[in-house]
Design a protein around this ligand. Structure first.
Ligand SMILES: NC(=O)c1ccc[n+]([C@@H]2O[C@H](COP(=O)([O-])OP(=O)(O)OC[C@H]3O[C@@H](n4cnc5c(N)ncnc54)[C@H](OP(=O)(O)O)[C@@H]3O)[C@@H](O)[C@H]2O)c1
Length: 294
């Protein structure tokens, strides 16, 4: 039997150098743990809070996981992070543009109460500063573009090191969301539309980067525990063991770190080497329960 088909061959990320924005918490941290547990050489984690990054690195392996404080909405910050990585390793194999924020939400009826009046609904929305809405795009979409571009030559350098035909080519994964497909009333217009934008932009990047041999794929998670999702998870009705109603999530639970780990190892490892311009939905079936478009 061919050893090329063993799970160890297909899903390891041996020797890989990765950068994960938003890698100090939530889904990014789950990804960092998965890459570290499966042979990655270096995982640079980016975020604005140095203390959060340092404790994340310490909790995994401070020799493999390197904190890089920075702000993805600042081009100067991105270029200085990329310069740091260039000086240390000279290349990367994987860039995960994962940093994101929720943004403002519209007014929604409290459970069991009547919907707000049209005047209340409009007033609430109009009181929200336009800058809050736009900032959601700055982090969730514009910053992804500038992050990708800041690391493009390092991803190219990663490709130059690959010799075997079977080696997986350098890749950018963006963390979008099933929110990018959902029309759920009460969800953040800024967030969901920014995620629709980043999903489409990633497909465009996949096509644009064909001449450079750099692949781009989208991960669209459902509901996972994190700072960002705390409000959503808190508002779900749960059973005594944390079960979620199957009308909300058909798998009857919110996502776990192994669900993200499995997806990221598939996408990053040899098993995912044929993915390019793809959208990977990991949501326990949640999207099928929403008014949505795909
Ligand atoms: N959890 C879910 O249910 C869910 C579902 C679908 C998609 N997602 C997506 O998953 C990604 C990760 O979110 P999460 O749920 O894991 O929430 P999270 O724990 O709040 O993670 C967001 C991360 O982004 C970083 N970040 C935010 N603004 C930044 C900036 N300007 N510069 C650098 N880093 C920044 C944060 O670090 P600092 O604050 O220290 O900068 C934080 O580490 C997001 O793109 C989110 O939209 C989450």
């Amino acid at each position: 039997m061919s050893t090329n088909l063993s799970a160890n061959e297909l899903f390891n990320v041996n020797g890989m150098v990765a950068v994960i924005t938003g890698g100090g918490t939530g889904i990014g941290l789950m990804m960092a743990k998965a890459l570290a547990a499966n042979g990655a050489h270096r995982i640079y984690i980016v975020g604005r809070r140095p203390d959060v990054l340092h404790s994340a690195a310490k909790s995994i392996n401070p020799e493999t996981v390197i904190p890089l404080p920075g702000d993805v909405t600042s081009r100067e910050s991105l270029l200085s992070i990329a310069k740091h990585v260039e000086t240390e390793t000279g290349y990367i194999d994987l860039l995960i543009c994962n940093a994101g924020i929720m943004g403002p939400k519209p007014l929604k009826a409290a459970p069991g109460c009547a919907a707000p009046s049209v005047a209340e609904y409009a007033a609430h929305a109009l009181e929200t500063p336009m800058a809050d809405f736009t900032n959601t795009y700055a982090v969730n979409n514009t910053a992804v573009y500038y992050t990708a571009l800041s690391f493009l030559t390092l991803l190219d350098a990663g490709n130059s090191r690959k010799t075997a035909h079977a080696d997986v080519r350098s890749q950018i994964i963006t963390t979008s969301s099933i929110g990018g497909f959902s029309r759920l009333p009460g969800a953040s217009f800024a967030y969901n539309s920014s995620k629709a934008a980043v999903t489409h932009m990633t497909k465009m990047l996949a096509t644009a980067f064909v001449p450079y041999g750099i692949r781009c794929n989208v991960l669209a998670p459902g509901i996972f525990p994190s700072e960002l999702a705390m409000g959503i998870i808190g508002s779900l009705e749960k059973g005594p063991n944390g079960e979620v109603d199957r009308s909300v999530v058909p798998e009857g639970k919110t996502g776990k770190e192994e669900d993200i780990a499995g997806a990221v190892l598939w996408m990053a490892g040899r098993a995912g080497g044929y993915l390019n311009g793809s959208v990977v939905v990991v949501d326990g079936g949640r999207l099928g329960m929403l008014a949505s478009t795909y």
